[in-house]
Design a protein around this ligand. Structure first.
Ligand SMILES: [Zn+2]
Ligand SMILES: [Zn+2]
Length: 1017
């Protein structure tokens, strides 16, 4: 079969031209001379070097100089390999939602995709005869080495081990391919001989190695092999003699040597030729002669004698120009009054008889007769979540933290009596009632599926850890559960698609059902699969729409999914007659007749919430020291007069200003309430979550990536006063490519779901939009343009070309990357001038999250006293302090601390360089990976230890973040007219940033909360 795809480069150029930006954009021009995590390759004729800086292919003379781009910026072209005649280049590119192998002429013309399909093809190596390209691919359920014949497009699988084989590299003048394998018995470099068409390849071990092995390359005569190994915080360029150890017995396994930098279990004959602290990038080095290697390291292209000795840098310059579009985020309204429509209607479920709908909203449990008005079943500050009807319709199971932690409760709907069913210390969520009413399935924070006997309370385990699976649905016979669960394409990368996992309760093995290959079934929250009560069908949300498919008794799909909604749908539940499904579509609930796809009932819940009123009158905060969010130093003896929820005046103390209520902070430092710009709110923490933020002086949080209805529930609960908590800026579900990782990730391909998802973002008034790592660049560009039209900033993990498209922020110095390595930071945690210059020239914000990249652990190894802080003890699930107590029971050795610091210090240096260069850093943490609140304060401590002044540090969590969210007119500083959000600190964080931990009181919208009050349940 002919599988070659030809794309005219003229057509590509036309389709991917960057449109002129609206007037007022700001031109950005940078000349780069360093590249982070870039690969390079010299043409076999020795004249030209190709490199993949920023995901664009560039060529330059072999001696260095001016590099010229040969691909457009939206290909994410990586890891070039030359054809043997030096006329063409092969590379991996991410034009649509998978990696494919492409080729182009050395000037970029005649661009062709040589592979295609739903799998990822990576790391091409052009064959010596010029007719084939070897690559790695996850086509077989793990990474293997494959080869494509260019003339026919035929692909052939060369390895089949269940482990991952990748980084193929053809030996010049031979039919031998070296590659890396992560096989558990003996990981390392392997080779295949006899890979000519028609012959059977023979495999052998070349050299065993632990650590991350990359880019093996044989010397043409086969007498030597070079490769990269990253382990123990060092990156090495290894050179060895492959003839000395052809079997697994040729090395000592598990040998620890005295040199901490050396590898376990590598051959004694391989030696490192890199400098001790060199940051060798994990790509194929190239033998440019019998005794010299070309490779990339330290942001540079280098040549080094294979026998060792100093390297020579090949300098280059690469010009990058783009125009940042003019964009002003919409202004959020903070002074709402009067009834507001409830947007946070969470997990509606229909009763079996189809007459009633239960859901949670504004922190409470509600039941609404279909066609009637909702009635509130609980009235408390606790969090109620995840209601499920008993089959007979008399009871509701749900989660509540009213007993201390989130546990399952059952309410008798007629009498109103509540009974606690589980009594664990860890959260019990996602209740699902068995068809006979005797059991309830639920999940815990470990991702286990558990089943509780409703009468007796006995708990049994139905399934070990799953990666945040969706809510379970029972088989009609009660012998199995189905859940939406992530199925990865290989163990090498974490992304996959959500499929139906059948969990048998009678000891049979798990089974996967994939009714629509390469599509996500459900979103692993409350989006199906749901099994019809008669057992003949399942329903789930696919591509944002409600779909139904026939199944056999055991759940095996008997046909393709049929879509029964044309609008975005969520939370499907069946009526007992298996004829109708209730689903949620933005602000409304719909009952659809499944057979006809006709909506038979369109339900408007007409539920409202009322913002809590601002404190009446004026009060004066008398600050012994005041830092206003802008100045470099504190002012002393200042009166901040607050009228209602806003600041009326800020002036030197006068007795006359103490006429009314006075908040005496004469011994404290008053600073703007802190902003945590990257946190994900987790219901497992119950009602205490909002107080936990305030208790660390945080009055505003931003949630990038969440369930829309869930996050609206938080906002409405906090703003109505149902629960105490910070102001919340939020997006909804992140926009991702066809493969996803997190639950709720919107899996987008070219099927037209994007307009629906954008419409949903508009309907719900997201404050901003998050795009995720598998989203193709051109879709990201379109989303940025649409989001900006709606007044919403956009942030992602991507630096380039996102920055050129106008993305407003980038999350994490590291962060997950679809490439498997980060173009923002090397494996040794170093970012080079390309990253610094793009950030400082563009003013795109960076949320570094140093804490999750080793920082929080490092600080805790040095000082774990925070574990005993009453805030941690009282407001967090016991597992949080326990986890860190376990990790710090034995004091860390100096060597451990030093190794950890080596990976953190360069990140602190990047933060310093960006701020000093005029760039914008916004402080965030990705909590709850590390504890909410505290982790932000410790993040700021990193910025200080990188060399920023305390005022520069504090701006990253006040004025800079407020401006980034479009809230600079209301938040971030202590100035007349701004919202009265302050943290009162015992000490002076402008002298010692660690004093931030000593919060005494916090003021939000003029309302004062003492620490004691926040700690009281
Ligand atoms: Zn005063
Ligand atoms: Zn995050």
């Amino acid at each position: 079969m002919r599988k070659r795809f030809l794309v005219s480069s003229a057509l590509v150029a036309a389709a991917f031209t960057i449109h002129a930006q609206p007037p007022g954009g700001r031109p950005v021009h940078v000349t780069l001379h360093e590249g982070t995590s870039m690969a390079a390759s010299m043409s076999p004729d020795g004249r030209t070097i190709a490199m993949d800086l920023l995901g664009t292919l560039w060529t330059m003379p072999a001696g260095g100089g001016v590099a010229k781009p040969i691909t457009d910026i939206a290909m994410d072209a990586r890891q070039p390999s030359w054809s043997p005649d030096s006329t063409r280049l092969a590379f991996q590119a991410y034009r649509s939602s998978t990696w494919q192998i492409w080729t182009a002429n050395a000037d970029g013309s005649d661009l062709r995709a040589v592979t295609s399909g739903p799998y990822d093809d990576r790391e091409p190596s052009w064959s010596p005869d010029g007719r084939r390209i070897a690559f790695s691919s996850d086509r077989s359920g793990s990474y293997d080495i494959w080869v494509v014949t260019l003339a026919t497009g035929d692909v052939r699988q060369l390895t089949s081990d269940p482990s991952n084989e990748f980084h193929p590299s053809w030996r010049v003048g031979s039919n031998e391919i070296a590659f890396v394998s992560d096989r558990r018995e003996v990981p390392g470099v392997y080779a295949l001989d006899g890979v000519a068409p028609g012959s059977n390849p023979r495999e052998r071990l070349v050299t065993a190695s632990d650590g991350a092995v990359a880019g093996p390359a044989f010397l043409p005569d086969g007498s030597s092999i070079a490769f990269n190994v990253i382990a123990d915080g060092r990156s090495r360029l290894m050179v060895g003699d492959p003839s000395t150890h052809q079997t697994a017995g040729g090395f000592e396994r598990g040998r620890e040597t005295a040199d901490t930098g050396s590898l376990r279990a590598r051959s004694r004959d391989d030696h490192n030729i890199a400098d001790p602290d060199e940051d060798v990038f994990p790509f194929r080095p190239q033998w440019v002669s019998q005794n010299e290697l070309l490779y990339t390291a330290d942001g540079k292209i280098k040549r080094r004698p294979a026998a060792g000795g100093p390297a020579r840098v090949i300098e280059f310059t690469a010009d990058v120009s783009f125009t940042r579009p003019a964009f002003t985020p919409k202004r959020r309204t903070f002074d709402l009054s009067g009834p507001q429509p409830v947007r946070g209607i969470v997990h509606p479920v229909v009763s079996r008889d189809g007459t009633q709908v239960a859901f949670t909203a504004v922190g409470d449990l509600w039941v609404m007769p279909v066609g009637g008005s909702p009635a509130r079943l609980t009235h408390d500050a606790w969090v109620e979540a995840d209601p499920a009807w008993s089959p007979d319709g008399t009871s509701l199971a749900y989660s509540s933290d009213r007993g201390g932690s989130m546990n399952l409760w059952v309410r008798d709907v007629r009498s109103g009596a509540d009974r606690q069913v589980t009594h664990g210390a860890a959260a019990a969520m996602q209740a699902a009632w068995s068809p006979d009413g005797s059991r309830i399935a639920f999940s815990d924070p470990e991702g286990q599926i558990l089943i509780v006997d409703v009468k007796g309370g006995t708990i049994t385990k139905a399934h070990d850890h799953l990666n945040e699976a969706g809510r379970a649905s029972w088989s009609p016979d009660g012998n199995a559960l189905v859940v939406s669960s992530l199925k990865v394409y290989s163990t090498r990368f974490r992304e996959g698609v959500n499929q139906v996992l059948r969990v048998s309760l009678d000891g049979q093995p798990d089974r996967w059902f994939d009714p629509m290959p390469h599509k996500s079934i459900g979103m692993r929250e409350d989006y199906g699969p749901v099994w019809s009560p008669d057992g003949t069908q399942m329903a789930a949300i696919i591509d944002g729409l409600l779909a139904v498919w026939p199944v056999s008794r055991d759940g095996t799909p008997q046909g393709s999914p049929r879509f029964v909604s044309t609008e975005r749908a969520g939370s499907p539940t069946w009526t007992g007659d298996s004829r109708r499904i209730l689903y949620q579509s933005d602000h409304r609930l719909k009952l659809v007749d499944v057979a006809s796809s006709r909506v038979v009932q369109d339900i408007d819940p007409r539920l409202t919430w009322t913002p809590s009123s601002s404190p009446a009158g004026t009060k004066t905060v008398h600050a012994g020291r005041l830092w206003n969010g802008r100045a470099d130093a504190v002012q002393t003896n200042v009166d901040v007069v607050v009228d209602g929820n806003r600041i009326k005046s800020v002036e030197p103390h006068r007795d006359a200003l103490h006429a009314g209520t006075v908040v005496d902070a004469s011994n404290e430092t008053v600073i703007p309430g802190l902003i945590e710009i990257h946190t994900h709110l987790n219901k497992d923490y119950g009602e205490a979550l909002g107080r936990a933020f305030l208790a660390w002086g945080i009055t505003t949080v931003r949630n990038p990536a969440t369930n829309t209805f869930d996050t609206m529930e938080y906002r409405e609960a906090f703003e109505s006063g149902a629960r105490i908590g910070p102001r919340l800026f939020t997006t909804g579900e992140p926009f991702d490519g066809s493969r996803v990782y997190y639950p709720g990730g919107t899996s987008l391909d070219d099927t037209g779901q994007l307009p629906l998802a954008l419409q949903h973002a508009r309907e719900y008034g997201f404050d901003f939009i998050k795009t995720y790592v598998r989203l193709p660049d051109m879709m990201q560009k379109r989303i940025i343009e649409e989001a900006h039209r709606m007044g919403m900033p956009v942030t992602s993990h991507e630096l380039y070309p996102a920055v050129a498209f106008g993305a407003d922020g980038v999350e994490h110095i590291r962060g997950t990357s679809r490439r498997g390595y980060s173009p923002k930071i090397s494996a040794l945690s170093r970012s080079y001038r390309d990253v610094v210059d793009l950030l400082t020239a563009s003013k795109m914000t960076l949320t570094p999250t140093v804490g999750i990249q080793g920082g929080f652990r490092l600080q805790t190894l040095k000082d774990s006293s925070w574990i005993d802080d009453p805030r941690i003890q009282k407001l967090y699930p016991p597992s949080v302090p326990q986890r860190w107590r376990d990790q710090t029971r034995t004091p860390a050795s100096a060597a451990t601390v030093e190794a950890a610091a080596r990976l953190v210090t360069p990140q602190e240096r990047l933060v310093y360089q960006v701020v000093k260069g005029g760039g914008r850093i916004t402080a965030g943490t990705d909590s709850p990976i590390n504890p909410y609140g505290l982790s932000l304060l410790m993040e700021l401590e990193h910025y200080a230890s990188g060399g920023l002044t305390p005022a520069e540090v504090l701006r990253t969590a006040t004025t800079v973040s407020a401006d980034a969210m479009g809230a600079g007119a209301d938040l971030g500083s202590i100035e007349p007219g701004k919202l009265a959000d302050f943290a009162l600190i015992d000490g002076n964080p402008l002298v010692n940033i660690k004093d931030l931990r000593r919060v005494t009181r916090v003021v939000k919208g003029g309302q004062v909360f003492g620490l004691d009050e926040l700690l009281r349940r």
